[in-house]
Design a protein around this ligand. Structure first.
Ligand code: THU
Length: 164
């Protein structure tokens, strides 16, 4: 029997001025975008902004639906847009933030499990890590070096090699 450990290191900073300028701009864009989320049911507005290797910034917000499971998270809206408009372009960083209609936003949120899987797929697709900048509208900011850090023992394309 063997016990194995999974550990990852991430950075916590206390305010946006400690980010480098390009990352601070990205987070600022995401914070402004929370207003554009379509979240009439949860009233939890999520926004994400990606910086591509070309410098282009692409954005996504959560898009809910009266048939609740149809709703899509901000991160997967964003990845779908990038995959469509900029297929195979490297994503250097994604900032993710949120604003509840009634409630505070002073701690980061982290992508849901389905979005982690989608982020890991994009990293594999272009063979490049995506830096995640996770934050509320204020408070601590987490910097995660690669989305894969959030998905240990991930299922991926290699697992399908026997059948494709
Ligand atoms: N949501 C996101 O868009 N991204 C996340 O990382 C977490 C959750 C959305 C889904 C739903 O529209 C609302 O937030 C409440 O779960």
């Amino acid at each position: 029997m063997k016990e194995k450990n999974y550990r990852f290191a991430y950075t916590v900073i206390e305010n946006i001025q400690e980010l480098d300028t390009m990352d601070a701009v990205l987070l600022q864009e995401a914070r402004e975008l929370t207003k554009a989320a379509y979240a009439p049911y949860s009233k939890f507005h999520v926004a994400s902004a990606a910086r591509l290797a070309s410098g282009a910034i692409v954005k996504g917000t959560n898009q809910e639906n009266a048939s609740f499971p149809v709703g899509v998270c901000a991160e997967r809206v964003l990845l779908g847009t990038i995959g469509t408009l900029y297929p195979n372009e490297v994503i250097d960083a994604i900032a993710i933030t949120y604003q509840p209609e009634n409630g505070s936003s002073d701690e980061p949120i982290s992508p849901c499990g389905m979005c982690r899987q989608a982020l890991a797929e994009y990293e594999s697709r272009v063979n490049h890590p995506i830096k995640l900048i996770l934050a509320g509208m204020k408070g601590n900011i987490y910097i995660i070096n690669t989305a894969k850090d959030l998905l240990p023992l991930a299922f991926g394309g290699d697992d399908l090699k026997q059948i494709i």
